[in-house]
Design a protein around this ligand. Sequence first.
Ligand SMILES: [Zn+2]
Length: 56
Amino acid sequence: MLTAEVDERPDALFFKSPVSTPVRAEACGDCGYLRSFLEDPKRLWSAYVSRSSNVE
Ligand SMILES: [Zn+2]
């Protein structure tokens, strides 16, 4: 399964707290067009926001 991931504290040597959410994909059986969705985008976004505030 695909996942998308954001490290909450990318500069931490230990105790990184990666936040991930499954990626849901839908494919067209005719032309092969694939689109994907994050299962829980708000979770990733809040991790991204808190990561930014951790980096100084
Ligand atoms: Zn199609």
